[in-house]
Ligand binder design. Structure first.
Ligand SMILES: [Zn+2]
Length: 117
């Protein structure tokens, strides 16, 4: 779920599930804590985010080696996008022991597109 990914990626450090839940509810008032947990666990198993324990509290953080950037070919602006790529699946298919990825998507940003040219 994109909302959950974005919250973890926007957090500047480890974030606890309760906090993710609180922020997710601002966007999706009917989301349940169970849904948030399911999404977090799915993101962990796909390699998009990692989990860690601070004391006895489980925290989640954006995987530092899993970056997807969007590059505008006109103005050169770079922005981050939350894009799910399953490292686990790629590992299985290629036999590579993957630690992360960096992906650069190229295109024209909204601002440049609206200028026409
Ligand atoms: Zn641009």
């Amino acid at each position: 779920m994109k909302v959950v990914v974005n919250i973890v990626y926007d957090a500047k450090g480890p974030i606890v599930a309760d906090q993710v839940y609180k922020l997710a509810r601002e966007k999706l008032p009917h989301i349940s804590l169970g849904t948030v947990y399911r999404n977090l666990n799915r993101l962990v198993s796909s390699g998009m985010i990692s989990e860690t324990k601070v004391g006895s509290v489980q925290c989640f953080f954006a995987h530092p080696y899993s970056n997807t950037h969007l590059e505008c070919v006109k103005c050169g602006r770079l922005s981050n996008v939350a894009y799910e790529l399953s490292l686990q699946q790629i590992s299985k298919e290629t036999g590579l022991d993957l630690e992360g990825y960096e992906l650069r998507l190229k295109g024209v940003c909204q601002e440049c597109a609206s200028k026409g040219s």
